[in-house]
Write a protein that binds this ligand. Structure first.
Ligand SMILES: *[C@@H]1O[C@H](CO)[C@@H](O)[C@H](O)[C@H]1NC(C)=O
Ligand SMILES: *[C@@H]1O[C@H](CO)[C@@H](O)[C@H](O)[C@H]1NC(C)=O
Ligand SMILES: *[C@@H]1O[C@H](CO)[C@@H](O)[C@H](O)[C@H]1NC(C)=O
Ligand SMILES: *[C@@H]1O[C@H](CO)[C@@H](O)[C@H](O)[C@H]1NC(C)=O
Ligand SMILES: *[C@@H]1O[C@H](CO)[C@@H](O)[C@H](O)[C@H]1NC(C)=O
Ligand SMILES: *[C@@H]1O[C@H](CO)[C@@H](O)[C@H](O)[C@H]1NC(C)=O
Length: 743
């Protein structure tokens, strides 16, 4: 770990140093004179380096004279001695010349006279480079040979190639099929080429009329079928010749400084294969460049990173014949493998500083990274919220709300943040109710309003339009006995509904809790029933479109501290389209309260609510549970239990003990009869909710205003209560008749 840190520190230091010490250096091209001062260094495209030269005094001695024939374009350099064209001269000791091809062509088996049938070359001072050149013969009825001399000794070698069809010929391969090659002995300074045919090309004339031979350097010639057909296009091919200085070895040459050709900063190299004409070459010393026959110059290795091994250019110092890598003052190291580091006493401090620097940078990077991460998450959350908002019909709702701008009772769209704050992030301690529909939380809004927030469990996305419609309709219901929907929140996965908070629990609780039930007197029960019926009647007939609650039960009737009933939970409620009065639906509701006709037919009507309300009435009368397994199978449901008790004339036996039956006997009977009608198996036979509400209203009024004598007053009262309901006078006269009970 420590080692790694130090190495890292070194690396960083090196980078810093490189920036500090680097200077911009103008790179200079390696331009050195190749010809003697005052001499022309090129003829046409060909560079002519000394010892070669064109004019008197510009070449070393006769063999190195080049004649530049300017009547050609571009001008053509010709070696003076052997009158051969020069293609290229290299200071390593080769001169590349162009040589004629020797050939013999036939037509109808007789020789067609041509220029170079036998060719002799005298290379004077030069010799054929035997590794670069090959003797080559091309033709299908061909033999050729080279007669050469190295010194006084002669040799003859050659090859032949016979083929009968082009199928034996492979392009690019010179090994018998139309083309043969052989190598040449070293040191050839004079040679002649001969070419011949066995059958005067009589057999192969149709595709190969000529035989040809030549010496060619590697890569200077590619054999191909076309050459068999027509070699006449090929005039000259390149040949590599070696040249050396003088006819002595280095050791002897160096003794005579007057003629010694190697100049400043160069060394002498003996001919690698000394022959009858020995000689030497010159070469620049290491670290120098240029023409060793004129002068070698120092190479600035620092300019070319391939030539020096310093870690950085700035550490490189050129020296005569070499270079040095050195660290700046106050630093140590060789500037190559071991980088420059401050001298020991500062090193500790510097390393500490560097480590501190690294730590700082890392911390900054981390901070930036985490900021990025959280920003990313925040954006993702916003996008998700928007997605839910749209999926949950937010846009639809917003449109609706815009349409109804002037209406003050419209639902508010809460933000997820608002509700999270109100419920302390949906704290479990805030749960006030839980059921199959979802969870209800108690929430405190920032304006101190206490609300109930219902979080649904699942939402059928196809029902979103209905949901939105319901939200709008419910938010417009302003009935004192319906729990008010304040708004909703669509930014979460499931829509949240926000209701006013009712603080005294459910009617069910009040009846099942012994202590609470004992204080629930008949007046209160009747009032709760009346208020509930009023609310349902309002929903069925006054709301537009009508609403069927679908899940009326004591659990869904909330009570406030004054025992005012509040109908709640419209989770399964359905809006009834104006045209159809019966909607086929999936049967939903609570067993015990469920309309048996609806259960059978799946046809939902307002009368289903009437049945359920009937059960609630029975609950209020008897204080018994809706389903009780202590009772016989037939009487297990409260409704059938109650109906059979009426049938058997046992009503007063089943009434709740907490009710003062003697004082309210008359009313109890009437309510029981009303309940019985509500519980009719056939929906048609049940009263409408409006009728039920009116009857109960009448009974309540008679309790409250038992002194009322004139039915008109009752009507007025009722009209003021149900201002937008057309009052249908119940055929039952007792609605209008005061019953002496309150007295
Ligand atoms: C060198 O020779 C070429 C022709 O080969 C000519 O165009 C050029 O002017 C000559 N340069 C000098 C410096 O003599
Ligand atoms: C240049 O070449 C032409 C054509 O080969 C020849 O006639 C002429 O004599 C040559 N000139 C010199 C200076 O060699
Ligand atoms: C032939 O040419 C090669 C390549 O340029 C060179 O290495 C070799 O020394 C030459 N041979 C002679 C005898 O100069
Ligand atoms: C080839 O031609 C030469 C002269 O042109 C002739 O003497 C010789 O007989 C010929 N050879 C064959 C095989 O035709
Ligand atoms: C011969 O062929 C090779 C590759 O096919 C090519 O690079 C080269 O220039 C050719 N040489 C000549 C003289 O055409
Ligand atoms: C070497 O060359 C010199 C002049 O260039 C000549 O006089 C001498 O005879 C030559 N020696 C041999 C052994 O060829």
């Amino acid at each position: 770990m420590v080692l790694q840190t130090i190495m890292m520190a070194q690396l960083i230091l090196v980078v810093i140093l490189a920036i500090l010490f680097s200077r911009i250096v103008v790179a200079s091209a390696a331009a050195f004179p190749i010809a003697k001062p005052g001499c022309n260094s090129s003829c046409g495209d060909v560079e002519i380096p000394y010892p070669f030269g064109m004019t008197e005094g510009c070449y070393l001695d006769e063999p190195f004279q080049i004649i530049c024939n300017t009547s050609f374009n571009p001008p053509k350099p010709i070696s003076q001695l052997s009158e051969i064209d020069v293609a290229r001269i290299s200071l390593e000791g080769q001169i590349h010349v162009l040589q004629f091809v020797a050939r013999k062509c036939f037509s109808q088996s007789s020789v067609v006279p041509s220029k170079h049938m036998v060719t002799t070359f005298s290379l004077a001072k030069f010799t054929l480079n035997h590794t670069l050149n090959k003797f080559t013969a091309v033709g299908c009825d061909t033999y050729g040979f080279i007669k050469g001399f190295h010194g006084v000794q002669g040799y003859t070698t050659g090859c032949m190639s016979i083929c009968y069809s082009t199928e034996e010929v492979v392009d690019g391969i010179c090994s018998g099929g139309g083309c043969c090659q052989t190598s040449i002995p070293k040191g050839t300074s004079e040679f002649s080429l001969s070419v011949g045919s066995f059958r005067n090309h009589s057999v192969v004339e149709n595709f190969n009329p000529c035989s040809s031979v030549f010496v060619v350097e590697q890569g200077g010639f590619n054999f191909s079928m076309d050459l068999l057909r027509d070699i006449e296009n090929v005039n000259k091919l390149p040949v590599a010749l070696d040249w050396t200085i003088g006819n002595e070895t280095c050791e002897i040459a160096q003794k005579n400084l007057d003629t010694y050709a190697c100049q400043k900063n160069s060394k002498c190299i003996n001919d690698p294969e000394p022959d009858s004409y020995p000689g030497y070459r010159c070469s620049c010393l290491e670290g120098y460049e240029g023409n060793p026959y004129i002068a070698c110059q120092d190479i600035d290795e620092c300019q070319d990173e391939n030539l020096n091994t310093c870690t950085f250019k700035s550490l490189c110092k050129n020296e005569i014949g070499g270079y040095k890598c050195s660290c700046p003052n106050g630093y140590q190291g060789d500037g190559k493998i071991s980088p420059c580091l401050p001298k020991r006493k500062n090193q500790q401090l510097l390393v500490t500083r560097i480590i501190a620097g690294i730590a700082l940078v890392t911390a900054a990077l981390l901070a930036f990274g985490s900021w990025l991460y959280f920003e990313f998450k925040r954006r993702k959350l916003i996008i998700e919220k928007q997605k839910f908002f749209q999926e949950n019909g937010g846009l639809l709702l917003q449109q609706e709300l815009i349409k109804q701008k002037d209406c003050t009772n419209i639902a508010k769209i809460f933000t997820a943040k608002e509700l999270e704050k109100a419920t302390n992030n949906f704290d479990e301690k805030r749960v006030i109710g839980q059921g199959s529909y979802g969870t209800v939380y108690k929430g405190n809004l920032t304006d101190c309003t206490v609300v109930a927030i219902k979080k649904s469990r699942v939402v059928d996305r196809s029902q979103i339009d209905h949901f939105i419609n319901e939200v709008i309709v419910l938010s417009q219901i302003n009935h004192k006995n319906v729990v008010k929907l304040l708004g909703c929140c669509l930014e979460m996965e499931v829509p949240l509904l926000v209701y006013e908070f009712i603080n005294n629990g459910t009617l069910f609780d009040h009846m099942q809790d012994k202590a609470k039930a004992s204080v629930l007197c008949w007046h209160t029960r009747l009032r709760v029933a009346t208020e509930t019926a009023g609310a349902l009647s309002y929903l069925h007939s006054a709301a537009s479109p009508p609403i069927i609650h679908r899940d009326i039960k004591s659990v869904n009737i909330l009570l406030d501290d004054k025992y005012t009933a509040k109908v709640s939970d419209f989770g399964t409620s359905r809006l009834v389209p104006m045209i159809e009065s019966e909607i086929p639906t999936m049967v939903q509701g609570t067993i015990g309260y469920l309309d048996p006709e609806y259960l059978q037919t799946s046809q939902l009507t307002e009368k289903s609510d009437v049945y359920s309300f009937g059960v609630v009435l029975v609950e209020l009368l008897t204080g018994k549970k809706v389903l009780c397994f202590d009772r016989s199978a037939r009487e297990r449901s409260l409704a059938s239990y109650f109906l059979s008790s009426i049938k058997d004339n046992r009503l007063f036996e089943v009434l709740d003990d907490n009710i003062d039956t003697e004082r309210n006997a008359e009313q109890l009977k009437e309510v029981a009869m009303l309940a019985k009608r509500c519980l009719n198996v056939k929906g048609e036979d049940r009263p409408t909710m409006k009728e039920v509400a009116l009857e109960l209203e009448g009974m309540s009024l008679s309790t409250r205003h038992s002194w009322v004598q004139h039915p008109a007053t009752v009507l007025e009262e009722m009209e003021s209560l149900l201002s937008d309901v057309t009052i249908i006078l119940s055929p039952k006269k007792h609605v209008l008749l005061p019953i002496n009970d309150g007295r």
